[in-house]
Design a protein around this ligand. Structure first.
Ligand code: GLN
Length: 437
């Protein structure tokens, strides 16, 4: 197949790339080679393991497919977070405490990616077993933020967000139990989504808290995120128009940095200018969400963390969470009951707010990307409630059981994300609404 020599595949978004491969304007192999060259030259440590021969073999197979001209992700390179099973590869989950056994089968999301013509390109770095918000707890070393390489990309899907932001791949698949897709998306200036519960299968993905875990897309545009989500979900409903949005008062107030609020205000004013009615709504228990989330997820982790701890190779953050969980269990049932009550109230409050308006909005997180070392003191890092403090708004969506999207807001300095939460099943509405710069 002859490729257009003037076309640089790493500059195209996923939709344009798939279109070019479908039309035969560029071969999947040339697309793969261009992205492999970008990965080889990259210094952000976003992608942990790449086997160029396997990448080229997949691309060669896509070029040979008789249905190539109908594949939604024809030849599009996609990186998957290292907690998602790929047949024949070890799912290390950013840890040295894994069992060393290669996965026997692809996770269903990986099967769907391959069927859609995607080319799997490496495994994305992550906080160890998805515990963390900076990608600094990875046993393989931190990922750097392409917006400022001295800073954290956020986490735990920091490798996914950095890979997309740095142009190593146009698409990535991450996981989000309390913000791990949206938060790094916000800090790296890309789009990330925790889809509706149950929309994307989580089998073959290392669980964290099975009722809160979501598997979802990261991309440079909302349209690309929608394309990937459509594949991951095995089909997405057509979007309905959004007429009324509600700014969540409790998540949009002074607990956010002024530069975050400034970018968020500009973003919501843009929505108003485009003819959408913007009102203020309340989710009264929003400020309690993080403490409830930490309680519920830490205790849930006791169900699966045993072998990782027993290996003696688990990192500090994982051990700290296990100790925190043990102390919660010792405290008695009241603490977990309190957290479950907060979860129920958040569910009811978010559902009530979503009867008043179509979509709830707030900043994705209260701050911008912190420096890799320095901003968080060792004391803060040791405090299980303070360390992932940046997840204080994102956890609301996981606890309330609704889809949530982070899109870049028009920030003056470092990237800032705006978060949109919708009714369960309204994923396409959020993606169609989201204005990006
Ligand atoms: N940062 C949060 C935590 O450390 C969320 C992690 C996640 O969503 N996987 O628990």
């Amino acid at each position: 197949m002859s490729s257009d020599p003037t076309l640089d595949p790493t500059r195209l978004d996923a939709r344009a790339l798939a279109d070019a491969v479908r039309r035969g304007a560029v071969s999947a192999v040339d697309v793969a080679r261009a992205h492999l060259a970008r990965v080889a030259a990259d210094r952000h440590h976003a992608i942990l393991a790449v086997d160029p021969d396997r990448v080229i073999a997949q691309a060669t197979a896509v070029d040979a497919r008789p249905d190539r001209d109908r594949l939604p992700l024809a030849g599009v390179p996609v990186t998957v977070k290292d907690n998602v099973d790929v047949a024949g590869e070890v799912t290390t989950a950013g840890s040295l405490a894994h069992d060393g056994m290669p996965a026997e089968a692809d996770a269903p999301v990986v099967t769907r990616l391959r069927a859609a013509g995607a080319v799997l390109l490496g495994r994305a770095n992550m906080d160890e077993v998805a515990m963390g918000a900076s990608t600094q707890t990875s046993a393989y070393g931190p990922t750097r933020n392409p917006a400022d390489p001295r800073r954290s990309p956020g986490g735990s899907s920091g490798g996914c967000a950095a890979a997309v932001a740095a142009g190593l791949v146009p698409l990535a698949v991450g996981t989000d139990t309390g913000g791990s897709i949206r938060e790094p998306a916000s800090q790296c200036g890309v789009v990330g989504m925790a889809p509706s519960p149950g929309l994307v299968p989580a089998d073959g993905v290392l669980p964290f808290h099975p009722e809160l875990d979501r598997v979802g897309p990261l991309a440079r545009t909302a349209a690309d995120a929608a394309l990937l989500l459509d594949v991951l979900a095995g089909g997405l409903a057509d979007p309905s128009p959004v007429r009324r949005i509600g700014v969540v008062a409790e998540l949009s107030g002074p607990r956010n940095r002024p530069d975050v609020l400034d970018a968020f205000d500009r973003w919501s004013r843009d929505l108003e200018t485009s003819g959408i009615e913007v009102v203020t709504v309340s989710v009264a228990d929003g400020p309690e969400a993080l403490a409830a989330y930490m309680t519920l997820t830490s205790v849930a982790a006791l169900d699966w963390l045993g072998p990782w701890l027993a290996s003696g190779r688990a990192g500090e953050e994982v051990v700290r969470r296990a100790e925190y969980a043990a102390s919660l269990v010792e405290e008695g049932a009241e603490r977990v009951e309190w957290a479950e009550q907060v979860r129920t109230r958040l569910h009811d409050q978010v559902a009530a707010a979503l009867r008043e308006v179509d979509v709830l909005v707030s900043p994705t997180m209260p701050t911008v990307a912190p420096p890799l070392v320095g901003e968080i003191t060792p004391e803060e890092l040791a405090d299980p409630l303070a360390a992932p403090y940046t997840d204080c708004w994102t956890v609301v969506a996981n606890l309330a059981g609704v889809p949530a999207l982070s899109v870049p807001a028009p920030a003056v300095g470092l990237p800032v994300g705006a978060m949109l939460m919708g009714r369960p099943g309204a994923d396409a509405d959020l993606l169609a609404l989201a204005p990006t710069r």
